[in-house]
Design a protein around this ligand. Structure first.
Ligand SMILES: NC(=O)c1ccc[n+]([C@@H]2O[C@H](COP(=O)([O-])OP(=O)(O)OC[C@H]3O[C@@H](n4cnc5c(N)ncnc54)[C@H](OP(=O)(O)O)[C@@H]3O)[C@@H](O)[C@H]2O)c1
Length: 225
């Protein structure tokens, strides 16, 4: 499948790398490809510059958000929640029309420091806002409730855990479920229409506190029934 992954952070890299391994034709999108390649790594532990990451993933092409979106039949939103609408605008409504948009973003507001709050919740969601802004795009919310590495390697936890999907378009959800299954997800819970994305987005305050309490992001929710 031709896939565009919008976002060069942990999530964009993790998704692109795994999708490439699985044989998909992947373009990763960024604002300015040269600026992204020129950006040095930070001092953060485990950080790799994009140029070093790209060198070990030569099959994943780096292009602008608009070029990437034009390439993809499936588009992944893997940018910060606060800039998601602007990035999709830059990607271009016509490049996104009719396509499946897998939205992984979280509506986190870091403006008052840590821990972040949610800038939309309860009576609306970021996924619904994006769907309203791009009515011809088929938005499916998923994977926002677990760490970037586990999104595409869920079996690494050694036990089955759960992921959620929300969306108004059944065929678009089926495309996303197939990708999730190919990553190794075996408990994919279809919550229903896109308004059900409010729940997974509102899990973030719990997820962030669990990260603090457990001291590791390598955990996930398992829905036992
Ligand atoms: N990290 C995780 O484990 C995790 C887990 C679940 C969900 N999520 C969600 O996934 C999304 C991606 O997270 P992440 O940690 O990989 O990366 P991130 O730092 O949230 O996003 C990186 C991307 O955002 C773009 N960006 C940043 N500021 C921008 C601006 N002002 N205008 C346009 N684009 C801008 C960057 O563009 P350039 O490429 O041009 O620099 C980059 O591609 C977020 O919504 C996050 O909440 C993350």
């Amino acid at each position: 499948v031709k896939i565009a992954v919008l976002g060069t952070g942990m999530v964009g890299r993790s998704l692109s790398s795994r999708l490439g391994e699985l044989g998909h034709d992947v373009v990763i999108g960024t604002r300015d490809p040269q600026a992204t390649l020129d950006r040095p790594h930070t001092d953060a532990e485990g950080d790799t510059s994009f140029a070093d990451w790209q060198a070990s993933h030569p099959d994943v092409r780096l292009q602008t958000f608009a070029e990437a979106a034009a390439h993809g039949d499936v588009v992944v939103n893997a940018v910060a929640g606060a800039v998601s609408a602007a990035v999709l605008e830059e990607a271009g409504a016509s490049n996104l029309a009719g396509k499946v948009l897998l939205d992984i973003s979280n509506p986190l507001d870091f403006s008052a420091g840590m821990p972040p709050t949610l800038f939309v919740k309860d009576s609306d969601s970021l996924a619904e806002r994006l769907q309203r802004a791009f009515p011809q795009t088929r938005v499916v919310k998923s994977l926002n409730t677990l760490n970037a590495y586990l999104m595409v390697n869920p079996k690494e936890l050694g036990v089955e855990s759960s992921v959620f999907v929300s969306g108004d378009d059944a065929a678009a959800k089926a495309v996303v479920v197939e990708l999730l299954t190919s990553f190794g997800h075996t408990d994919v819970i279809d919550l229903g229409d896109l308004s059900t994305a409010r729940g997974p987005e509102m899990l973030l305050p719990l997820w962030l506190r669990l990260w603090g309490a457990l001291g590791t992001p390598m955990f996930n929710i398992k829905v036992v029934r």
